[in-house]
Design a protein around this ligand. Structure first.
Ligand SMILES: [Zn+2]
Length: 259
C-alpha cells in the first residue's frame, strides 16, 4: 500500500468526481491520503470528506501561508478551537511563501510559529510549505526544535545540504510530481536523502507528475512519483512503497492494522 501524505481532494476541482478519484487511487494501491487544510473556509469540505471516507482520508488542520493576511489572528483562533474539538492528524499546511507575495512576510512567520507551538502542544507533526525561503524555514525549525517537533517539508526541493539539515532535525522530505520534471534537477538530492526521512505526496490537484504534467493531479498518480524515486535511488519500486508507507505510518502515528 502507498500513502499520499499531501492531497487537497476536498477542493472544488474534485466536486464532480471525487468518488471515482478515490476509487482510482485505491486501484493504484493508495490506501491512505492525508488532507492538508488551507484556511477556515476549507474546513467544512475537508472534514466532510474525512467523515465520508474515515479509513482512507485523514484531515490535517492549519492555515496555509498564502492565506495569511491582516486577519490571520482570527483565522488562527478558528484553527485552534477546531483543533481542540476535532480529530486531526497533523498541523498544516503552514510555513512561509515568499514567491507570490511579500506583503505579509512578518505575519506569515508569526502564523508559522504559532502553528509550531500548536504542533508541540498536541504532539502532532507539522506540514511545512516553503517557497523561495527554504533556509529561513529551516532556521525557524532549528530555533524551535526542542526535541519533540516532527514534520514534513512538503514539496521539498532543496539541495543535499538542506536535506541533511532537515533530516538531522528529524524532519521528513515530502516528494511529489516535481521530482519527475526534468528541469527540477532533484535527482542527486533524492538519491542522497536518508531512507527513513522520505515520503510520497501528490499535492493534488496541483503539480501533476510527468507524463500528466499540466493536467489535474490526483492521488492515483502517486506511483508515478514512486517510480521516479526508484529510478533515482536505484531501488525497486516495491521497496520505495514499503519504506515511505512505514515512514508515514510512524510519523502520523497511524497503525497499519487500521487499513
Ligand atoms: Zn498543499
Amino acid at each position: 500500500m502507498y500513502i499520499d501524505t499531501h492531497a487537497h481532494l476536498y477542493l472544488e476541482q474534485f466536486n464532480e468526481d471525487i468518488d471515482q478519484v478515490l476509487a482510482r487511487a485505491q486501484n493504484s494501491g493508495v490506501g491512505k491520503i492525508f488532507l492538508p487544510n488551507i484556511n477556515s473556509e476549507t474546513l467544512a469540505a475537508m472534514n466532510n470528506l474525512g467523515q465520508q471516507y474515515p479509513k482512507l482520508c485523514y484531515p490535517l488542520i492549519g492555515l496555509h501561508p498564502c492565506y495569511v493576511k491582516e486577519n490571520y489572528k482570527d483565522e488562527l483562533a478558528i484553527i485552534e478551537s477546531e483543533l481542540a474539538q476535532g480529530q486531526y492528524y497533523g498541523i498544516g499546511e503552514t510555513g512561509i511563501d515568499l514567491y507570490w507575495d511579500l506583503t505579509y512576510k512578518t505575519n506569515q512567520i508569526r502564523s508559522f510559529e504559532f502553528q509550531i507551538d500548536l504542533a508541540k502542544k498536541y504532539k502532532l507533526p507539522i506540514i511545512i510549505h516553503s517557497r523561495d525561503c527554504l533556509d529561513l524555514t529551516l532556521d525557524i525549525i532549528e530555533s524551535n526544535q526542542d526535541g519533540t517537533l516532527t514534520g514534513i517539508f512538503h514539496c521539498f526541493n532543496g539541495d543535499k545540504a538542506q536535506c541533511k539539515k532537515a533530516a538531522d532535525m528529524g524532519f521528513h522530505m515530502g516528494l511529489g510530481g516535481v521530482i519527475t520534471f526534468k528541469k527540477a534537477n532533484l535527482g542527486d538530492m533524492v538519491a542522497y536523502a536518508p531512507q527513513d526521512y522520505l515520503l510520497l505526496e501528490t499535492d493534488a490537484p496541483y503539480l501533476s507528475p510527468a507524463p500528466n504534467r499540466g493536467k489535474r493531479n490526483e492521488s492515483g498518480y502517486l506511483p508515478l512519483v514512486a517510480m521516479k524515486m526508484a529510478e533515482f535511488r536505484s531501488q525497486p519500486v516495491t521497496e520505495i512503497r514499503d519504506f515511505t508507507t512505514a515512514n508515514a505510518e510512524k510519523l502520523f502515528k497511524i497503525n497499519a492494522a487500521q487499513v
